[in-house]
Design a binder for this molecule. Structure first.
Ligand code: G6P
Ligand code: ZN
Length: 542
């Protein structure tokens, strides 16, 4: 029954920030997915008879790859696979299932916020037993294996019925088709004050969640409408579709514009939130106030004890380097640890496992905590609702009070998508050349204090990650950061992150791009973005 299939290696299976992501036609090449999955198994040890979790965001090609992965897991000797009904598991729910059932690891099929469909994106990511993305040591081993792999193992059996909850035999392995929502919803109920949120909603506070036709639909309906009593229809685009209904399931001011406009309108809801393809990102909007992800992390951290799951306080905060330093001020005030990591949720895993950090966040609309080992979109939304319910204040009031107390970190990210790869690499190389000459230089009123290429020394396992983004720091706490995205699937994406600290509360209501205008000009001057990319303006501003 176990078949060993000869294969030829592909040279382009290097996992990026978050697993291997390619267009569906690339994944559909002969043995392409199989090679990568076998390379994952070949890079692991000691999983004989153990449990693997498999689930995905329901995008196009999800079911096909799940069937392959199931048969390959059986052929490679796993004892059991837990798979979400319909092949569905949001990324945070997969992380929770891995942890709750003490699984060996998990395979998450997703390309996150990238569009889905026959010519769009697909992805495979391996998570380890702590529920988090595999560390670089493992992803490097997987990549090395993909370059030389010559056989893979698969069971020759008919497809498993993924649509009926229950246990099935697949060779010597058990396939356990589970309810993808229940465990996760219970976890959320254990962390947050559902009673208080239910009263808030019952009092007429209108909450809307846009699931963007992606994986959070069933989770949000169960939690918001069923358990918290919001009226039916409060969750929009709640049915996960293989092509996300042609939405770009990325919760930001561009792709979730409709929701934003609705919340901002006079008779619109009081609170709006959106999540991405696989449910780990979040966007939070209150009437009159969009919350930047960096501020969201800081405000959640500052108010963490209002949620029952964090009532005893938090041990520390971690943020990715390009994320604003708003959270640093909270950590300082609370007298707790603050950790600055490279972009990518996997870098938080060690800090969370070691109990150094309790909440983590990234500028890329990701926030989460030690409850799982992934960022978690609905968790962030529920945290905000919990804070609103406890403080009896609006999002706008909460954010403005936070700024008044800690100062405001004006923040924006400018993305230049699908830039010519060579031009992007040259831009970064030229910046690196310049680094040592920048300190001391003045650009208008901005004087460079320091400039470097960010490197991270993991305080737990001692691993070093170099070249994680170029930082130019100015006197007074302003900075610009340049990085190439590790999640794009065509060409290069240049990200420019701009931040300015403003302690003076009378200057907290300037429009963000205006507040950052001088830094944006200087960034272009230093990196020659327009000249080198041939672009006059960013593709997306968040
Ligand atoms: C994914 C990862 C995040 C990361 C984001 C942006 O969502 O899970 O950890 O911050 O992508 O990564 P990029 O390399 O595209 O800036
Ligand atoms: Zn995602």
């Amino acid at each position: 029954m176990i078949k060993t299939v000869s294969t030829k290696p592909y040279q382009d299976q290097k996992p990026g920030t978050s697993g291997l992501r390619k267009k569906v036609p690339v994944f559909a090449q002969e043995h392409y997915a199989e090679n990568f999955i076998q390379s994952i198994f070949d890079s692991l040890e000691g999983f004989e008879g153990k449990t693997l979790v498999i689930g995905g965001d329901g995008r196009y090609y999800n079911r096909e790859v799940i069937q392959k992965a199931l048969k390959m897991a059986a052929a490679n000797g796993f004892g059991k696979v837990m798979v979400g009904k319909g092949g569905i598991l949001s990324t945070p729910a997969a992380s929770h299932v891995i942890r709750k059932y003490d699984a060996f690891g998990g395979i998450v099929l997703s390309a996150s916020h990238n569009p889905g469909g026959p010519t769009e994106d697909f992805g495979i990511k391996y998570n380890i037993g702590n529920g988090g993305p595999a560390p670089e040591k493992i992803t490097d081993a997987i990549y090395a294996r993909t370059k030389v792999i010559d056989t893979y193992k698969i069971l020759e059996e008919p497809d498993v019925d993924l649509d009926t909850i229950g246990m099935y035999a697949l060779g010597d392995m058990i396939v356990d088709v589970i309810d993808p929502v229940a465990d996760y919803a219970d976890l959320m109920e254990s962390l947050f004050d559902f009673g208080a949120i239910r009263s808030l909603i019952g009092s007429g506070f209108r909450v809307v969640i846009d699931s963007m036709s992606a994986v959070t639909g069933p989770y949000a309906v169960e939690i918001l409408e069923k358990r918290l009593g919001a009226p039916a229809g409060s969750v929009r685009n709640s049915e996960p579709l293989p092509d996300f209904g042609h939405h770009h399931p990325d919760p930001n001011l561009v792709h979730a514009r409709e929701l934003y406009d609705d919340v901002m309108s006079a008779d619109g809801p009081d609170f709006g939130a959106a999540s991405d393809g696989d449910g780990d990102r979040n966007m939070v909007v209150g009437k009159g106030m969009f919350v930047t992800p960096s501020d969201s992390l800081a405000i959640i951290a500052a108010n963490a004890t209002l949620a029952p799951g964090y009532a005893d306080g938090i041990a520390g905060i971690a943020r990715s380097m390009p994320t604003s330093a708003a959270a640093d001020r909270v950590a300082q005030k609370l007298g707790i640890g603050m950790y600055e990591t490279p972009t990518g949720w996997k870098f938080f895993g060690n800090l969370l496992d070691a109990g150094k950090a309790t909440v983590c966040g990234e500028e890329s609309f990701g926030t989460g905590s030690n409850h799982v080992r992934e960022k978690d979109g609905l968790w962030a939304v529920l945290f905000w609702l919990n804070i609103i319910a406890a403080k009896k204040k609006s999002v706008k009031e909460i954010v403005e009070a936070h700024w008044a107390e800690y100062g405001r970190n004006y923040y924006s990210r400018h993305d230049y998508e699908e830039v010519d790869t060579e031009a992007a690499n040259e831009l970064v190389a030229a910046l690196r050349e310049k680094l040592s000459s920048l300190p001391g230089q003045s650009f208008g009123s901005l004087k460079v204090e320091a400039a470097d290429d960010f490197a991270y020394n993991d305080p737990i396992d001692g691993s070093v990650s170099k070249n994680q983004g170029i930082r130019v720091l100015f006197e007074g706490g302003s900075r610009v950061v340049f990085r190439l995205s590790g999640t794009g699937t065509s060409g290069a994406t240049l990200r420019l992150y701009v931040e300015r600290y403003e302690p003076d509360a009378s200057r907290h209501n300037i429009e963000t791009q205006t507040a950052l205008a001088d830094l944006i000009t200087v960034a272009d001057e230093i990196a020659e973005i327009k000249k080198r990319t041939g672009r006059n303006a960013p593709t997306v501003i968040t």
